[in-house]
Ligand binder design. Sequence first.
Ligand SMILES: C[S@@+](CC[C@H](N)C(=O)[O-])C[C@H]1O[C@@H](n2cnc3c(N)ncnc32)[C@H](O)[C@@H]1O
Length: 234
Amino acid sequence: MDFAPFDKRNYPVLSVEEGYGEWAASYEATVLELMDVRLLQRLRSVAWSDVVRAADLACGTGRIGAWLKSKGVRAVDGIDITAPMLAQARARSVYGTLKQGDLAASGFESGAYDLVAENLAQEHLPSLAPLYNEAARLLRPGGRFVTVGFHPFFLMQGIPTHFDRASGGSATIRSYVHLMSDHVRSATAAGLALTEMEEGLIDDAWVAHKPKWEAWRHRPVSFALVWSKSVSTK
Ligand SMILES: C[S@@+](CC[C@H](N)C(=O)[O-])C[C@H]1O[C@@H](n2cnc3c(N)ncnc32)[C@H](O)[C@@H]1O
């Protein structure tokens, strides 16, 4: 569902390419690893160093590609729709193939990946089905799809993904709220089974970075899901 009815900030709303095109210059300085890397580090069902080939959907500036390589993943391909984000990923030199395009139509090889990652892009997708279908298409049987998202509970408090504009003021990027049941429905239809889930809460570490978020203490702000492709699915 559209984020608009929940919006309490009423910042100007930009498209994905406009928004991340503008945010790209300051993105790395603003995104906090508390949101995603802290959850990835908690996962127990992914043997990162056994992964030979991974695909990073919506790879952005390449943060997660770099993190995967640091955990022993041998090769990572990436795709993102926003050219200025992708330019930073290219400069990192951690990816094999790197493409500009829609994550739902990556054109990467079917059944060839041990791991598919998608980090912090789901809230910009009108529907989750194309993401899960693409992840399932890319995975080899037994492969894992790891996805980290901005928590729907947090979005429903009225706080969207937003950034400070170089020109002054803040802007947000068009967002959608996907319930956890939407994830389960789309993943199950794509032939993926839930293997692990983690949720990140607003705690001391968050409040140290964002004192105003004391008001959201104990609320879940992000989640990580690990899905597995059955060894008997195509
Ligand atoms: C918050 S950034 C996350 C980037 C990276 N995964 C990370 O964790 O740092 C969201 C990214 O999703 C990309 N994106 C959003 N919708 C997309 C789509 N349909 N296809 C490809 N990329 C998309 C944006 O261009 C942006 O780079």
